[in-house]
Design a protein around this ligand. Sequence first.
Ligand SMILES: *Cc1c(COP(=O)(O)O)cnc(C)c1O
Length: 380
Amino acid sequence: MDKMNVRLFKPSVGEEELQKIKEAFERSWLGMGPALKEFEKNWAEFVGCKVAYGLNSATAALHLALMSFNFPEGKKVLVPSLTFAASATAILYNRLIPVFVDSDPMTLGMSLEDMEKKYDKDCVAIVAVHYAGHPLPMEEIMEFARQKNLKVVEDCAHTAGSIYKGKMLGRWSDISCFSFEEKKLMTTGDGGMICTDHPEYLKDIKALRWVGIDKDNWKTAKKYTDNQSVDALHWFYEISLPGYKYNMNDLAASVGLAQLEKLPRMNRRRAEIIRKYLDGIKGASHIMPLLPYEPEQYNYWMFGVRAEKRDELILHLKSKGIATGCHYTPLTAQPLFKPYAKGCEFVEQEADKFITLPLHADLTDEEVDYVIMHLNDFSL
Ligand SMILES: *Cc1c(COP(=O)(O)O)cnc(C)c1O
């Protein structure tokens, strides 16, 4: 077989997205406008949550999600070590302290046993990450949170559209955050969504995402209501809190509208590919699937394996033109988080075996077969 070049991730975009962008161009409205409104409505319907607001990233969503609870400075938030930086930097942005939790040896999701061990009276919240898209046991996490009076933020950056025990991921917790970064399950280039079934948590979100300005609330301002010629004050707005510049714009939302329609199809294709990988490496003794994948049940963002000879296998695949990655170096091994790193030894050691393999909706059967062939012909 000829040498192929197989990409690790790739956004699946084409005519549908271009059509939606064209409509935004024809309106000549690229900031916050009708496309964003429609995308937020469609996303809330898709997840089944009461409200959803478009932001420019999931990082921004995580930042504002934790902010919405007004925790006193210096309180602690439980977060897995095995996650993307943003799950934990959002804690630091809020002047809170991350308490890192080790991984479950099977699923690599946050270990509940370790979480209960790490908990103390200063803990106020949990950032729950569905690692690779594999659902956390949310019924147990929410029960623990209820007992200890903790808020739960679901980091849904690796999942979209998965139903766990009868309930959509992203609806189990107080606030959930989704990512539309270009490598995620669906993309808007960069973007994110913050969702909740408790709209009171997000009452200030419009001001927080747009430099403190909430145009929907400005008519309550006294100067406006007292003025006889209100129509002359159409330009009026009030700033009452230090907001950020975190809004999604209509250009991104246009791409999101098309991507959301394609998401079920893209998720089905990813499931087929994962099933092919699982069947294809069944006989291999030098590698095992990263976690107990159930592709017919849940949507996964990432497929990987654990390999004792990780670096050699990466080099072998590279020589065949196959891109690989590692998700992630545990945060407790990163310089920024070293001061908070305690007791995540399992995942810090285990992560030396992780290899992320190509997975995206446009991956062809030939490419998957090619990767499987070279996973299997790797000789120790
Ligand atoms: C990608 C990712 C984020 C951040 O998403 P952005 O939209 O890029 O800000 C947060 N958490 C996890 C687990 C991620 O993988």
